[in-house]
Design a protein around this ligand. Structure first.
Ligand code: MSP
Length: 533
């Protein structure tokens, strides 16, 4: 018996598909804010949904710890760069627990496993001639740690597009990556794989810039020391962006096949989604694929570049007092709850091509309309009626052998369709659209209750079978709808499932969301999930 079971389990695991989702790794010279929490929460919802669908998921986040900015901040604070990195990386790591984020690993670019592998990869690039020593003359954005050629600096009016500070003139001997050699292959990539960059408007931006022609990019610096030494030339440290991009494969141990990371994680490459903000798209959609091409690794399936949060109608800024930092986030979580915070971020956020406004009034409005009046109201109304009319015991849907079909609501078909749409939307990272599938089912339950008026039927002895069927259908639909909402509202949906005596799915959502799995006779208690604020 036991050996067969083992074979069966192995077969099940073999049939599992992998999903690898990553956030950018965050700079440790900044403190966590809504931008970081947003990207990580999107990835978390995706990762939870993929686990629910039975996929083998690896969700990676972490911190980007080298570079001149960290070195400078550390000097200003009278600390060593490592001490500053340890302190701030720990703060980023702590938000994973605080926001219920289910990352499978947290990489730091100062991890020895990472630095060693980066040197292995750069050595390979040197050996292949994809990295060479040359002289750079151009412009440098110190805040973004980004180089600009004369043409692109002119377009930017010699100012950083992010901080507005002047670009500085830079002439230095550097190691270069031969990006220009990958022009044709990159153009081909964008042509044959139109979904490589999402949303499509972002793809067009990259294509436009790509067509202007690629120049080789410097990948080493000599004017500071807080970085990974260039193999064979310790006067240079590896440019922080090259160091950082490698995290996506060093975390899987690809540069060290003898490592535990390799044994446990290498099967996750290539990534399903690199989720990033729009400001770092060029690195991810052009430089990173070219480096992977040079190393002959398969490319990620998609780079998803979301837009930015602004706040109360204006760009977030500390001096304007509209900055959504960790302390501000905590006040929202304390007032509305963690699930409500996650819901607002993922349904109202800038996943598309335009920036989104974080506004206190809008938060309250969405909370009341979507969570209190829709999810909260429907779940409480249905459980309350079952408690009142059936002493909390789930009635049966059928009258003898015949299933009662009421009005035009074909619930099994409606639910099946919602589950299918949800799966498609989640797989394509359309997070808000996926969540909407669960919300729409709940709104339909409300309409159904208004149409069929079970509270009136309850007063008529001849209508008891009909009443039972209606309430069964309502609760069963809510059970399925809340499965679809659980990646975004994990705590509240769990509370609901405990109250209705079922369990949230762990690995087989499609089966668990099948119509009719709610057993008549199950005991239900009344719920109040979202208190009015
Ligand atoms: N360290 C680099 C990324 C290297 S990845 C190989 C970096 N770090 S960062 O700390 O500046 O974080 C940038 C990310 O934070 C953005 O890509 C985005 O995910 C998030 N956001 C920062 N500000 C944001 C908003 N105002 N709105 C939404 N997200 C933004 O760049």
């Amino acid at each position: 018996m036991v050996p067969y079971l083992h074979i069966l389990l192995t077969l099940c695991n073999m049939s599992k598909q992998t999903r690898y989702v990553t956030t950018p790794i965050y700079y440790v010279n900044d403190r966590p804010h809504i931008g970081h929490v947003y990207t990580t929460t999107l990835c978390d919802v995706y990762a939870r949904a993929m686990r629910d669908l039975g996929h083998d998921v690896f969700f990676l986040t972490g911190t980007d710890e080298h570079g001149v900015k960290v070195e400078q901040s550390a000097i200003d604070k009278g600390m060593s760069p490592q001490e500053l990195a340890d302190q701030n990386s720990a703060e980023f790591k702590s938000i994973m627990g605080m926001f219920d984020l289910t990352n499978d690993a947290f990489i730091r670019t100062t991890d020895l496993e990472h630095t060693r592998q980066v040197q292995v990869f750069v050595t390979k690039l040197l050996e292949r001639g994809d990295v060479y020593l040359g002289t750079f003359e151009g412009w440098y954005d110190e805040g973004q740690e980004e180089y600009h050629t004369e043409t692109s600096a002119r377009d930017l009016e010699y100012k950083s597009p992010i901080s507005g500070k002047p670009l500085v003139r830079a002439t230095e001997k550097n190691y270069y990556f031969k990006l220009s050699a990958y022009q044709e292959r990159l153009e081909q990539l964008f042509k044959t794989n139109p979904d490589f960059v999402q949303p499509s408007s972002r793809r067009n931006e990259v294509l436009g810039r790509l067509r202007e022609g690629l120049q080789d990019v410097p990948i080493s610096r000599t004017n500071f020391s807080w970085g990974i030494p260039m193999p064979g030339d310790e006067e240079h440290v590896i440019y922080v962006w090259i160091d950082a991009l490698f995290n996506y494969i060093t975390a899987l141990g690809l540069g060290d096949p003898t490592s535990d990371w390799y044994k446990e994680r290498s099967n996750y490459w290539p990534a399903s989604y690199h989720v990033i903000g729009k400001e770092i798209l060029w690195f991810h959609s052009v430089i990173w694929p070219a480096v992977l091409m040079a190393l002959e690794y398969p490319l990620p399936s998609c780079v998803y570049a979301h837009s930015f949060w602004i706040s109360e109608g204006r760009k977030m800024s500390k001096s304007l007092g509209n900055f959504i930092d960790l302390e501000t986030i905590e006040t929202y979580v304390a007032e509305y709850g963690m699930d409500a915070w996650r819901y607002y971020l993922t349904t109202q956020g800038p996943l598309g091509a335009t920036d989104a406004d974080f506004a206190n009034e809008k938060f309250k409005e969405i909370y009341n309309a979507h969570l209190v009046n829709t999810v909260g109201n429907s779940t409480s109304r249905v459980t309350a009626m079952i408690v009142k009319y059936y002493d909390g015991v789930v009635p049966t849907e059928s009258d003898g052998d015949t299933r009662l079909e009421i009005a035009e609501f074909d619930w099994p078909a409606k639910c099946k369709e919602a589950v299918t749409q949800w799966e498609t939307a989640m797989e394509s990272f359309s997070i808000a659209k996926a969540i909407e599938q669960g919300m729409q089912l709940i709104r339909d339950v409300d309409l159904f209750i208004n149409d069929t008026a079970p509270f009136k039927l309850a007063k008529d002895d001849t209508k008891q079978a009909e009443l039972g069927a209606i309430l069964y259908q309502c609760l069963e639909t809510l059970r399925i709808a809340t499965l679809l909402l659980s990646p975004v509202l994990p705590m509240k949906m769990k509370e609901f499932h405990v109250a209705i005596g079922t369990s949230l799915c762990s690995e087989n959502l499609i089966e668990v969301a099948d119509w009719g799995l709610l057993k008549p006779g199950t005991t239900v208690t009344k719920v109040a999930l979202f208190p009015r604020v």
